[in-house]
Design a protein around this ligand. Structure first.
Ligand SMILES: C[S@@+](CC[C@H](N)C(=O)[O-])C[C@H]1O[C@@H](n2cnc3c(N)ncnc32)[C@H](O)[C@@H]1O
Length: 276
């Protein structure tokens, strides 16, 4: 049976998605997935055809619920604890102590994980901060995790993880901070709730501003789904959100210098960081 979404309408949908989320879908790779999703929404909502669905999405979605369904269906949420671990080590051993030295004692150090998916990245940040131990004794550290996908944020808040998700955590750290739960693991109660998780689209400038200023932004493995214009826009949003001297860390396949020239790129050990 043919899908309700024709190939011509795929172009319309992908333009709409790109404009709203920066995510760039290619027909060859994404047509089937998107078409199946739209068929299921048309069925659930009792609509007649793609035209009705697209109208509803654009003009009858005041609360953004249908757009949220769409985002939850198309995002790629792959993540795990201690992914690209050298960056967390550089944070704990170099960036935190140096921020601690220069920031007024009464101000918190604020770290953003954007995007955080199901929470493994911001909790890896927390586990490294605890491991370092001295800065967290002496001042407040706030970690905020945001993602456009509301299902991953719900999961992040529950903090229940599979064995696959924790596979890279050294055993002593796993035993100290996790409890075995069913087939997987749960964070110990003391850690649940220490990350402030929120559903936010990085292209929503007002929502991003509301998060406040940060000293460090982790933005790993999101911009790979964007084109250059969207990468540039997000990079400048991060620049505005950072305090002077603040840092951005990107995924290993992402490079700021190809996008904008406002940051100073430098290597700490072998890890590339970008400083405002
Ligand atoms: C592959 S995960 C990366 C998670 C984590 N940073 C890591 O490297 O393991 C990419 C995440 O980006 C999120 N994302 C995509 N577009 C976004 C947007 N416009 N605003 C916020 N999050 C977005 C997706 O929902 C997905 O959870």
């Amino acid at each position: 049976m043919a899908y309700a979404l024709s190939k011509d309408n795929f172009t319309k949908m992908s333009e709409f998605i790109y404009r709203k989320s920066g995510i760039y879908l290619e027909e060859e790779k994404h047509y089937d997935k998107l078409a199946k999703f739209i068929d299921s929404r048309i069925n659930t909502l009792g609509l007649d055809n793609f035209r009705r669905y697209f109208f509803k999405l654009r003009f009858e979605d005041k609360e953004g619920d249908e757009f949220q369904e769409l985002m939850n269906a198309i995002t790629v949420n792959e993540t795990y604890f201690f992914r690209e671990v050298n960056q967390f080590e550089v944070l704990a051993n170099h960036i935190l102590p140096s921020l601690h030295k220069v920031k007024p004692k009464n101000e918190p150090i604020r770290i953003l994980s954007s995007p955080c998916s199901t929470g493994e990245e911001p909790y890896s940040i927390i586990l490294h901060i605890l491991q370092e131990g001295t800065v967290v004794e002496e001042r407040d550290i706030e970690v905020v995790g945001i993602d456009i996908d509301s299902t991953v944020i719900e999961k992040a808040k529950k903090s229940q993880y599979t064995s696959r998700s924790v596979h890279a955590i050294p055993k002593p750290i796993l035993n100290r901070w996790f409890k075995k739960k069913g087939m997987g693991y749960s964070l110990v109660d003391d850690l649940i709730g220490v990350v402030d998780f929120q559903v936010v689209n990085v292209f929503d400038k007002a929502a991003m501003r509301k998060l406040g200023k940060f000293d460090v932004i982790f933005s790993r493995n999101m911009m790979i789904y964007f084109d250059d214009a969207s990468r540039k826009e997000v990079a400048m949003t991060f620049y505005d959100l950072l305090n002077p001297g603040g840092y951005v860390l990107l995924g290993h396949a992402e490079y700021m210098s190809r996008i904008v020239s406002v940051f100073n790129a430098k290597k700490i050990d072998t890890t590339l960081v970008y400083q405002k």
